[in-house]
Design a protein around this ligand. Sequence first.
Ligand code: DP6
Length: 363
Amino acid sequence: MTENDFIPGHHNQTFQDGSVTWESPSNIALVKYWGKLDHQIPQNASISFTLNQCKTITTLKYLKKESRRDFSFEVFLDGEKKTGFEPKVKTFFERVEVYLPFLKDYHFRIETINTFPHSSGIASSASGMSALSLCLMDLEKRLLGKMSKDYFINKASFLARLGSGSASRSLEGELVVWGEHTDIENSSNLFGIKFDYPVHKNFKNYQDTILLVDKGEKQVSSTVGHNLMHNHPFAEKRFEQASNNLSLLKEALKTGNLDDFIEIVESEALTLHAMMLTSLPYFILMKPNTLNIINKIWEYRKQTGSKVCFTLDAGANVHVLFPEKEKLKVGKFIDQTLSPYCQNGQFIEDFTGTGARRVEHLT
Ligand code: DP6
């Protein structure tokens, strides 16, 4: 498929007004996306677990307007108007207008709720951009009259990617691959696809407890970080390593080998941060407590034989990953040993999910 496949034909219908609601989850990458070309074309393929509890619920209300001169929209978070979000949405609309030619026909009211605390340091761009893209696709489907399920989901992921790369991986579950990879059939740089290979029962309902180490604003945005991979001395090797890691992970997911899984996932997390440490300008997103937590996890694993491990995002928070059958024991370990390293002792318990869904009646 190419970009042109997402430019629609003539719309059959027109509607005066309407409203649609979608909820879409966050995701956590196991093999990381770090480094991109223009418009979120990734420099290596990535794979993530889709989450279940951390999600964005977006209602898109649309009202036909007279003039097609400009975009017209308002954004609300938890019922409060947020003019601060408008530039991001405007950039997004400009980028996707060619694929959604009806955007200037309507005034949009975008109402968004996140299930996780706003200032938790959890990126809301993946869940937020995917939820908004799904709402827009819902409207497009209505305007066109009909649309195949595959086209709907691929294009929604394609649009989400244009908003934020990792958002392309939030629509389905429980594992999604985004980026071309020789071992993953039909993989694409343009949108995420469901990982359609055998997955061992060890990974069923895999747990992800997010430790909130630092809830502050990121000092370096992901986009800036990605761009520092241009001319990065280790870039080529890194992209090659990520690609190999995805092949290795595919095998570990099949066999259920948790030791291999742990090695790949932790190495990916540390390499991501190693790329930040070795870019110019260099920067550090981990905090002392990020390292304290990692050391405690390693200690606990050595002492107990547990299969708990960690991964990191572009921030200081730690995602603690473990099999469902260790839920009780690791839960206790997190409560007693790890939570003191979190801001106000806060953490969020999540697990793998199946992706976004349309919400029929918002209660
Ligand atoms: C470290 O998707 O936030 O979380 O495409 O510029 O919006 P943009 O970046 P973003 O980058 C996420 C990077 C990461 C790794 C990952 O999710 O794969």
